[in-house]
Design a protein around this ligand. Structure first.
Ligand SMILES: N[C@@H](CCC(=O)N[C@@H](CS)C(=O)NCC(=O)O)C(=O)O
Length: 213
C-alpha cells in the first residue's frame, strides 16, 4: 500500500519527512490538509495525529506522527533504498542521536521563534517583537558556536557522512537562510559550508520543487 504524508509542503515538519522520502527515492502521496480551515484539529485528521499537528504519515497499516520519528522509520525500514541516512556502527549511531536531540531540543525552538517573528508575523500583518528577536539571535549565536566547533572536527554532525542529524536541520536552515539571521551562519565558516552542503542535496531541491507545484 502507498506511503501517504498528510500536510502542506511549506510546513517545516512536513518538509523534514518529504526530504527523507526523497533521499530514499520512495514514491508517496502528499495529502493536502487545509490548516486555514482548522482541518488539522478535526476528524478525520485527529485520528491520524491526536495532537492536531502536521505531518501525519501512513505506510500501509502503520500510522505515525512526529516528523523525527517518521524519518527514523523511513531510514531504518528502507535502509537498502536510495541514500544511506544512518551510520552502520553503534557508537556512530549514538553520536548521530546526540545531534538529532540537539536539533529537536535546542536548535528548533530558537530557530522556530526567529522564523516566526521575522518571516511569518509580517506575512500575517502582525508586528515583529524586536526583543524576542534579539534574545533568540543571542541564543542562536551561542548555539552556532557549538556547531562551528563540531563541524571543524567532522564534515557532518554525525561524522564523515550525511545522516538524519543533518537532514533534520534542513527546513530550519532553509527558512532562516532567507532572513537576517543568515549573517549568524555566514560568520562561521564551517557552519556556512555545512549549510550549503545540506541545502544543495538533490533530495532537498526535489522537496522544494513540490512547493512550486
Ligand atoms: N514535533 C512535531 C511538530 C509538528 C508541528 O509543529 N507542526 C506544525 C506545522 S510545522 C503544526 O501543525 N502547527 C499547527 C498547530 O500546532 O496547531 C513534529 O515534528 O512533527
Amino acid at each position: 500500500m502507498a506511503i501517504k504524508v498528510h500536510g502542506p509542503i511549506m510546513s517545516p515538519a512536513v518538509m523534514r519527512v518529504v526530504a527523507a522520502l526523497k533521499e530514499k527515492n520512495l514514491e508517496f502521496e502528499l495529502v493536502p490538509v487545509n490548516m486555514q480551515n482548522g482541518d488539522h484539529k478535526k476528524e478525520p485528521f485527529i485520528t491520524l495525529n491526536p495532537f492536531g499537528q502536521v505531518p501525519a504519515f501512513e505506510d500501509g497499516d502503520l500510522k505515525l506522527f512526529e516528523s523525527r520519528a517518521i524519518t527514523q522509520y523511513i531510514a531504518h525500514t528502507y535502509a537498502d533504498k536510495g541514500n544511506q541516512l544512518l551510520p552502520n556502527d553503534p557508537k556512530k549511531m549514538a553520536i548521530m542521536s546526540v545531534w538529532m536531540e540537539v536539533e529537536a531540543q535546542k536548535f528548533d525552538p530558537v530557530g522556530s521563534k526567529l522564523a516566526y517573528e521575522i518571516a511569518i508575523k509580517p506575512m500575517m500583518g502582525k508586528v515583529t517583537d524586536d526583543a524576542v528577536v534579539a534574545e533568540n539571535e543571542e541564543k542562536m549565536g551561542k548555539l552556532l558556536d557549538v556547531y562551528e566547533a563540531r563541524l571543524k572536527e567532522s564534515k557532518y554532525l554525525g561524522g564523515d557522512s550525511f545522516t538524519l542529524a543533518d537532514l533534520h536541520h534542513a527546513p530550519g536552515l532553509h527558512y532562516l537562510s532567507g532572513t537576517k539571521v543568515k549573517s549568524l551562519f555566514d560568520a562561521r565558516p564551517h557552519v556556512t559550508a555545512w549549510c550549503a552542503d545540506v541545502l544543495a542535496r538533490p533530495a532537498w531541491s526535489k522537496t522544494l520543487e513540490l512547493n512550486k507545484q
